[in-house]
Design a protein around this ligand. Structure first.
Ligand code: TRP
Length: 336
């Protein structure tokens, strides 16, 4: 049998999960985890979240909600090693070791850090590093440790994370060159679908545009959200273009080919926007309901979520424990 490839990705534990996350990231990741040749590691990047957020209650509740969300969307903890980053102390130990091997110049080039510098420059601040923490600066190193601690082969991420994977490769190669071949330089797998799903205003659905459709809305709010979708001023009876139409694109993301063709012909026949939105709402509601029901059930059982993550951490440690041992020894940190 061919050796399984390790597919690993981190989930940011902030924000309210929305339809774009669901169809662009969550469902494809869960789908990929059931493929025979993959061994999947999915983890909550909870220590990464401290960079953006110092409200401890929010850190805690977001982490729980995102864990419950993935379980509700069908993640099977028997198929996937599902864990909290914070439960694996080896990651943080490795981050230190990698930091000692990483030139400051490499991190100076990180997009997020450069953007923060540019922001200070634009606002005319005399201190270009104003408000920039070491957490933000070291973010790529912690991410490299997340990945290298499990010798991941493939890391599915959005386009915005590509640079981090390239840095991870650089760091792994430098380590291997110096201390021997212990780390696997990973490949990024950039998802293409994520960019496509439009939000309520027609731009990409994203929490930064405030145009999302959250997954776990109650029916009334979901309807209100759908009714807010921006359309044009064509009247009922006037033919409408289904390409470049937010309502149609959202419908497309969750419908079969034949249902799509049916709606398309209604567009050609001049369907009223209100009617098209109602059709979309009904479909969305039907699509999201099982996830919402499961979510409502899971969040009542905090002990279950905790146990799943503890079991996941134990499985993750079966991989990280022997590797950190070898790494320590390779760098010269070993018993006398
Ligand atoms: N930085 C990633 C993001 O913002 C999240 C993340 C943290 C991650 N550690 C990771 C993704 C390791 C892949 C692998 O989406």
């Amino acid at each position: 049998m061919e050796k399984k490839q390790t597919v690993l990705t981190g989930i940011t534990t902030s924000g309210t999960p929305h339809l774009g996350n669901l169809v662009g990231a969550i469902l494809p990741a869960i789908e990929a985890s059931s493929e025979e040749q993959n061994k999947s590691f999915l983890f909550l990047a909870d220590y990464h979240s401290l960079i953006k957020n110092t409200d401890s209650e929010l850190t805690h509740s977001s982490s729980f909600e995102i864990a419950a969300c993935w379980l509700a969307c069908g993640l099977d903890p028997k198929e996937v090693v599902f864990y909290r980053q914070s439960d694996i102390s080896h990651i943080f130990e490795l981050a230190w070791i990698l930091g000692c091997m990483t030139s400051k110049g490499l991190l100076n080039r990180a997009h997020a850090y450069k953007a923060a510098l540019a922001e200070n420059e634009n606002t005319g601040s005399s201190d270009l590093d104003k408000g920039i923490t070491m957490g933000l600066y070291n973010y790529p190193i912690l991410m490299a440790a997340d990945i290298l601690m499990f010798n991941a082969d493939i890391v599915p991420v959005g386009q915005d994370q590509k640079q981090h994977i390239e840095m991870t490769r650089d760091i792994a190669l430098r380590f291997n060159h110096h201390y021997g071949e212990l780390l696997t330089p990973p490949e990024a797998q950039i998802s293409e679908i994520t960019g496509i799903l439009p939000g309520l205003d027609g731009r990409k659905m994203s929490k930064s545009y405030n145009n999302t459709i959250p997954i776990f809305l109650d029916e009334k709010k979901l309807k209100k959200s759908v009714m807010k979708i921006k359309t044009n001023s064509l009247e009922p009876g006037e033919p409408k273009d289904s390409s470049n139409c937010t309502v149609f694109s959202l419908y497309k993301a969750i419908s079969s080919e034949s249902d799509l063709n049916e709606l398309k012909s209604q567009y050609d026949n001049g369907i009223a926007w209100g009617k098209a939105k109602t059709i979309l709402f009904d479909r969305l509601n039907e699509f999201l309901k099982p996830y919402k029901n499961e979510y409502d059930r899971i969040i009542e059982d905090r002990g279950y979520v905790e146990q799943v993550l503890i079991d996941g951490a134990n499985k993750a440690k079966e991989v990280s424990t022997p590797l950190i041992k070898k790494i320590r020894s390779a760098v010269g940190i070993r018993g006398f």
